[in-house]
Ligand binder design. Structure first.
Ligand code: ATP
Ligand code: MG
Length: 459
């Protein structure tokens, strides 16, 4: 407490002009962040570290987001303490990673990521110059220089409420510029994921990528091929779940970042114009994220890949494969292609398959099947997916509407609904294919490319 008071009293009062090579110190009156806006958990972690004799600041995205009035989604702390020293100060903390050691400090519902100031030297790189390990500790100034963009190198000291700004990040943020620290080509070579981060952050923050950072992206895009697929998957997930997926994907295309790198992106971006299903899925996700509604990655990936699955499904059926095996074959082919670059986790892949496999079952509106389907644990997600297909025009709206009614009424009314099912849907033996009334418009752009007329023959 006394320490805190002393720190406050002796802290510089207002921003003093920065000497060359010295960071700007920006006071609360100037930057406008109020203490109540800052995560209590992150403040607590900083004060424990500072009371332990270390330097500690909230750094990176959280400060940047607060400055432009967005709610940060996570908080990072940068400190002079080594991971082992941090670990010793927080009982429930854990050291994560070997090549880039950080400490996770759980605090209430939050987990604060604490990293030690790092220097950019003597790092281990691969033959393309990509940094593989980075555990050389350094000063705060060295730590600032190895961060990617100027707006991400802002250090907020909760005790004094001062922001330490080494690279004019606050000014860049006010001028709506995303500027790379250092020479952009060298920084992309060290870590090609920074190209994707540039696009994502520019879209999220409404910034323009500085021309020097933007220009090399097109040439250097192929470097993303050397990035481990798990890291790429994480970054894609962040991009797609950012609430700005539509804008991000549009910008990736503009920057030439979409070709040959990520099969997922190829699939998304090489669809003919009017591929409404995919854009609708992205818009839908953006809306949900912005409304703070839960979004599941498996639902989104299932949607993004659905046109591909239906195309492959149709090809297989046209080649004479029975509908259900054709669907499962198409699912495996599609996920297999993605897996070569994107490490979709096994759990997510399982959920995606469940969603796809449920779709034909919604066409069965007779007998016991509908009763079984509404008991299915993934019924709700499958039903949402069905709505998306209808919104894109791949199937008639009548089908999800029918299921809305069926799910919400009592047993007797359900029986009545079953009897009212269009005649064309009552199963007939020996019938190979049928244009279901529910599969109305199968025109391109709907995501349901003909093959999505469900495998009725299997009924
Ligand atoms: P958001 O959390 O909104 O996705 P962020 O910038 O906070 O954006 P994080 O992944 O949380 O992203 O990273 C925290 C901070 O770590 C960044 O603000 C930046 O200072 C630094 N950082 C992250 N990734 C890199 C990178 N690839 N190269 C250099 N610095 C990075
Ligand atoms: Mg962050």
């Amino acid at each position: 407490m006394i320490r805190k008071l002393l720190r406050k009293v002796f802290a510089p009062r207002a921003a003093k002009p920065a000497l060359p090579g010295e960071p700007a110190r920006i006071s609360a009156a100037q930057h406008g962040i109020r203490r109540e806006q800052v995560s209590r958990a992150a403040i607590k972690v900083c004060s424990t570290l500072q009371d332990g004799g270390h330097q500690a600041y909230i750094v990176g995205g959280a400060i940047r987001d607060l400055l432009i009035g967005q709610q940060p989604k996570d908080h990072d702390v940068a400190t002079s303490a080594t991971p082992e020293e941090v670990r010793a100060l927080f009982r429930r903390s854990r050291i994560i990673g070997r090549r880039f050691k950080i400490v996770h400090v759980p605090s209430g519902a939050e987990t604060i990521e604490v990293s030690t100031f790092r220097a950019n030297q003597s790092t281990e790189t691969d033959r393309h110059g990509r940094v593989l390990a980075d555990n050389t500790y350094g000063t705060q100034a060295e730590d600032a220089i190895r961060r990617d963009f100027t707006v991400n190198a802002l250090y907020y000291d909760p005790a004094t409420e001062i922001i330490i700004d080494y690279h004019h990040g606050v000014a860049d943020l006010r001028q709506k510029t995303l500027r790379m620290i250092g020479e952009p080509r060298a920084r992309y070579r060290e870590d090609p994921v920074r190209m994707l981060r540039a696009v994502r952050l520019a879209a999220k923050l409404g910034l323009v990528i500085d021309p020097a950072a933007r220009a090399p992206i097109r040439d250097m895009a192929t470097l993303l091929e050397n990035v481990p697929s798990a890291r790429l998957f994480d970054e894609m997930l962040k991009l797609l779940m950012s609430g700005n997926a539509v804008r991000c994907i549009g910008q990736l295309r503009e920057e030439g970042l979409h070709h040959g790198l990520l099969p997922m992106l190829d699939v998304i971006l090489d669809q003919p114009v009017g591929e409404r299903f995919i854009w609708l899925a992205l818009e839908n996700t953006d809306e949900r994220v912005r409304a703070d509604k839960p979004v599941s990655p498996s639902f989104l990936f299932a949607a993004l890949l659905w046109p591909e699955v239906t195309r492959k499904w149709k090809e297989r059926q046209d080649a004479g494969e029975p509908p259900y095996p054709a669907l499962f074959g198409a699912m495996d082919d599609t996920l297999g292609t993605q897996a070569t670059r994107l490490a979709i986790t096994r759990r997510i892949a399982g959920d995606i398959k469940d969603l796809w496999a449920l779709q034909p079952r919604f066409d069965k509106r007779t007998g016991k099947m509908p009763f079984r389907l509404i008991e299915h644990p993934r019924f709700r997600a499958g039903w949402d997916f069905l709505h998306l297909r209808a919104a894109a025009g791949g199937i008639a709206q009548e089908l999800p509407d029918w299921w809305d009614r069926f799910a919400h009424v009592g047993h007797d009314e359900r029986e009545a609904l079953l009897h009212a099912t269009p005649k064309s849907e009552t199963p007939r033996r020996g019938r190979r294919r049928r244009r279901s009334s529910s599969s109305g418009n199968n025109g391109s752009g709907s995501g349901d490319q003909g093959a999505s007329s469900t495998p009725h023959a299997a009924s």
